[in-house]
Design a protein around this ligand. Structure first.
Ligand code: FBP
Length: 547
């Protein structure tokens, strides 16, 4: 396989580990814990894994002997930079405990466990993937591990391979399911441990215990590099408005972090839209005002950042979509018979007055998307809606109207971008390379110490890596009860952008200035070699949260 010069150099990078993981490690247990909410219900559902203590690792002079063991690993959900380093850290940690230990990777996500698809991860395979992006070492998938027959099918292969523990690398849902699996195997006395690991570029798996999910750092830095490049182009040509949508299924952490890094002219934060009950028209009017104000200063250019999940956070759009779902579920057959050129009017005639008005105000393409694209559950696939085009078209219409009224003088020409997949498999930054390697190493120590139902944790992440604190968090500690598909379920609480948190406040304090002035910052590409202040900086979000 041909490799780039950087790939070759990067393969030799030795990720930094917290001091506690470098020599002999002992575990220090804290007080018993409880879930963040709904304690009684969750305790009942998880009698074997509820209330366990927080675990912290410390150095010790005493070396312990660990019998050989086999471990399995699964990558779950969307790719995030650093996944390969979690696996290499896990591998090295296991080999340090006992060179006879073996690691198996289940292929293409949790489905690999159920379908018994696996490979043994040997040193030569691991060496090919150290410090690389992607999940291709074993692949990933979105099969949900939540049913007893899946757990039992998984058990068959775990027994066959004599696997003592499984590490599930995933987001909030995958870690929730990791805990359900840990509880099930513990209740049945199967002797199989399950450890979770916090992954997702979306950055929404974080709480008092988990400072950040891995991959967020690299993905945001990758997007910020290209947004910075666009800003420089924009500031050179001075003739385009760039509407840039950024990944993040639900929370706006990525848009917020990128905004803090590149200082764009306008940033939408979905959580603020919801909290202020803003309508689509409110958002469009505000962007159009920014465009008009800049035009008055002779600046017919700028950048707008849009979080991927926006539509579902606009309360009025949410209500429209819910009524559309019901309407099409009830009258789908009749609607299908309506000629294409009359479908828009059919929908307007069948919606309540308030929703009909909103629907009628939408550009043709988006209105069509809302009436056509349904997922297998009959829901609109909001992620397919090109919000960047929707917004720029509506802003354009508003500006044209203002022009007629003499309220706006200027030129508005929009370009569109969506950054998501570009960042999910980028080569991990030093931060993610070190963090992920430490998480994997941590998982090996939790397993060796017989822990199950824990998430590997590495804290104190704004300090140099050697001062990081490694240990384990009982997953039940992060649980609360939430309604999912009509049923109350124990789940890890998803972290949305906190409007009282320091990162959002930093945006709020500066955005008026960034809107008017051209205060762009050009972060440039991720650096892997060079001074620490260039190579090892954590995200602005993390720095502000920990300040
Ligand atoms: P995870 O939460 O599984 O890490 O995935 C995050 C994400 O990248 C979102 O940002 C995005 O909306 C989604 O995955 C895209 O999913 P897919 O990979 O199935 O296209």
């Amino acid at each position: 396989m041909t490799k780039s010069a950087l790939q070759i150099a990067r393969a030799a990078y030795q990720p930094k580990l917290p001091k506690a993981l470098r020599g002999n490690v002992k575990t220090v247990a804290g007080e018993p814990t409880q879930s963040v909410a709904d304690q009684e219900e969750i305790k009942k559902l998880f009698p074997n894994t509820y209330g366990m203590p927080l675990i912290k690792f410390e150095n010790t002079d005493e070396a312990a002997d660990f019998a050989p063991m086999n471990v399995g690993v699964i990558l779950s959900g969307g790719q995030a930079p650093g996944g390969h380093n979690v696996i290499s850290g896990l591998f090295d940690g296991l080999k340090k405990l006992n060179p006879a230990n073996r690691l198996y990777g289940f292929l293409m996500g949790p489905g690999g466990l159920v379908d018994h698809k696996y490979i043994e991860l040997t040193a030569d395979i691991i060496d090919e993937y150290r410090n690389t992006g992607g999940f291709d070492i074993i692949g990933s998938g979105r099969t949900k591990l939540e049913k007893v027959d899946q757990f039992e099918k998984g058990l068959e292969i775990l027994k066959k391979l004599d696997i003592k523990a499984v590490v599930i690398i995933g987001g909030d849902d995958s870690n929730t399911n990791a805990c359900v699996l840990a509880e099930y195997y513990a209740a049945k006395n199967y002797g199989i441990q399950v450890i979770g690991c916090p992954k997702t570029i979306d950055g929404d798996l974080k709480n008092d215990q988990i400072e950040t999910s891995f991959g967020f750092d690299t993905a945001c830095k990758t997007y910020s590099e290209v947004i910075g490049n666009i800003e420089r182009d924009c500031n050179s040509a001075r003739k385009y408005w760039h509407f840039i949508k950024l990944m993040g299924r639900s929370a706006s952490h990525i848009a917020l972090e990128c905004a803090l890094q590149v200082q764009p002219n306008y940033t939408i934060i979905s959580e603020e839209v919801e909290a202020k009950d803003l309508s689509l028209d409110d958002i469009v009017t505000d962007i159009a005002k920014t465009v008009a104000d800049r035009a008055a200063d002779g600046n017919n250019f700028g950048t707008v950042l849009i979080p991927e999940g926006l539509i579902e956070f606009i309360p009025a759009m949410k209500r429209l979509i819910a009524e559309l779902n019901d309407l099409l579920a009830a009258k789908g057959a009749e609607f299908a018979e309506v000629p294409a050129n009359k479908q828009r009017q059919y929908i307007i005639d069948n919606l309540s007055k308030v929703n009909a008005e909103i629907y009628a105000s939408l550009p043709e393409g988006v209105a069509r998307q809302l009436s056509l694209e349904r997922d297998p559950h009959g829901n609109v696939q909001v992620s397919l809606i090109e919000t960047e085009k929707l917004l720029s078209e509506m802003v354009g219409n508003k500006l044209a109207a203002w022009k007629k009224e003499g309220k706006y003088v200027g030129k508005f020409s929009a370009l569109h971008h969506f950054f998501g997949y570009e960042g999910r498999c980028a080569a991990p930054s030093n931060f993610d390379a070190d963090y992920c390697y430490s998480l994997g190493f941590t998982a090996s120590v939790l397993i060796a110490n017989g822990k199950t139902g824990y998430m590997a944790s590495v804290k104190n992440l704004t300090a140099p890596a050697e001062q990081w604190i490694a240990g384990g968090i009982p997953i039940t500690m992060m649980f609360n009860m939430e309604r999912r598909n009509g049923e109350m379920k124990p789940v890890i609480r998803k972290a949305l952008v906190d409007l009282n948190g320091a990162p959002f406040k930093a945006l709020a304090a500066n955005r008026a200035k960034w809107a008017k002035e051209t205060a762009f910052v050009y972060p440039g590409p991720i650096q892997y070699f060079g001074p620490s202040e260039v190579c090892d900086q954590p995200t602005k979000t993390l720095q502000l949260e920990k300040a």
